[in-house]
Design a protein around this ligand. Structure first.
Ligand SMILES: [Fe+2]
Length: 393
């Protein structure tokens, strides 16, 4: 006997590679030995009814079954079990469900569904990283899904990658390989060059301090693309540091400062003639496990701090100590991008900026856009699945 029908669910014995078959109920010898792959698993009847394989539309792949329309709680009229399947005929319904061993095994204990994205852990880096940044050609990314998968993986793991071989209007072509652009107040794409009446420090020839983009937004953009279309001016050296590397060292050296910067939300703003964006963020952002996941830092978008001035006695010195550490030569990567290259980087992780440049000394024109983690993760999962499937077939 391999199952036991209870009031609200069923207990089933799962063995390694199969269900424990039997055509009766209760009273048998239950063998529970996880080391041998034999476990007793409980499944709720609502869960079973709602997740009958027929509940999902073959075309949309979404659930089309409506459990809210059941007139009473789902209860089996008959249960049978084989090595491979659990079969339930439901009481008061003209419906029979069949569940595979694999599905039952996958859900026999509460755990998050397997997600290949969870395996992408940040690999931290220091100032000497520029030559190690992975390079991809747009042409190869367009033709080769394995290359595209590696490219997306590198964005999550390394935090910054370079795409070369980009012609003037290729930014759209690159983003379209991955998903859709995330808009901000400056549009779905933005051009970084000298502008009359600039609405952002980036649109001047002045130095741009290390920052993450748009912390004034409630959800700052996730991944940034900066396509260097022209870059021939004197000066304008690009700057970048791995914010997670810096924050982790800050945590070790200055735990009190780290606590303030990771717990105290401060205001950011982006305010001009026809927009007024405001939001609050902590400078150091932690995940649910308390691990550093990124930063929100921008002096040019930092609003006047509206927190208790007595708190600022401690907060401001901590913020300055962190700002100084961001610029430490140990972390700060300096580089000059060639025209036709695009830096793609995690906007929550990579603080970036530039030295001032001489406007009339040449041409400097960058085109930028953003994409969400959600789009990139979706692309990573679907590419990963299709490549795995093609290997299996
Ligand atoms: Fe920026």
């Amino acid at each position: 006997m391999a199952f036991k029908v209870l009031d609200k669910g069923i207990e089933i014995q799962l063995q390694s590679g199969k269900l424990m078959s039997g055509d009766g109920e209760d009273g048998g010898d239950w063998i529970e030995d996880p080391e041998l792959g034999s476990v007793r698993a409980y499944f709720n009847f609502y869960w079973l009814r709602d997740n009958c394989p027929t509940s999902f539309d073959k075309s949309t792949r979404e659930r089309s079954f409506d459990i809210f329309q059941l007139s009473q709680a789902p209860v089996p009229e008959d249960v049978t079990i084989s090595d491979d399947y659990l079969t339930i005929k439901w009481l008061n319904e003209d419906h029979t469900s069949q569940y595979s061993f694999q599905m039952l095994r996958d859900y026999s204990a509460p755990k998050k569904r397997h997600d290949p994205v969870d395996e992408l852990k940040p690999k931290l880096w220091l100032s000497d990283n520029f030559m190690n940044i992975k390079r991809y050609s747009l042409d190869e990314l367009t033709k080769d899904n394995v290359e595209l998968l590696e490219f997306v993986r590198a964005i999550f793991v390394d935090g910054a990658v370079i795409v070369n071989g980009m012609l003037e209007n290729d930014l759209d072509n690159l983003v379209e390989l991955l998903g859709h652009k995330t808009p901000c107040i400056f549009g779905t794409t933005f051009d970084v060059n000298l502008k009359q009446d600039p609405s952002n420090t980036a649109y001047t020839s002045g130095a741009l301090e290390l920052h993450t983009d748009m912390p004034a937004m409630e959800n700052p953009p996730d991944v940034q693309f900066l396509h260097f279309m022209k870059n021939s001016t004197t000066g304008g050296t690009s700057l970048m540091a791995d914010g997670i590397s810096v924050a982790k060292q800050f945590q070790q050296q200055d735990p009190h400062g780290f606590k303030m910067l990771s717990e105290t939300e401060i205001p950011y703003f982006c305010d001009h003639d026809d927009f007024d964006i405001r939001s609050k963020h902590t400078v150091i952002k932690l995940d649910s496990q308390g691990e550093v996941k990124g930063l929100s830092v921008s002096q040019h978008m930092l609003d006047k701090l509206d927190i208790d001035q007595k708190v600022l006695d401690l907060y401001y010195p901590a913020l300055c100590r962190f700002g100084v550490m961001l610029r430490d030569e140990k972390f700060l990567m300096r580089y000059k991008m060639a025209a036709g290259e695009c830096m793609v980087f995690d906007n929550h992780r990579m603080v970036h900026g530039r030295d001032a440049y001489v406007g009339e000394s040449g041409e400097r024109h960058l085109r930028g856009t953003y994409i969400s983690y959600c789009e990139l993760k979706s692309k990573y999962r679907s590419l990963n699945a299709s490549i795995l499937n093609s290997k299996c077939s």
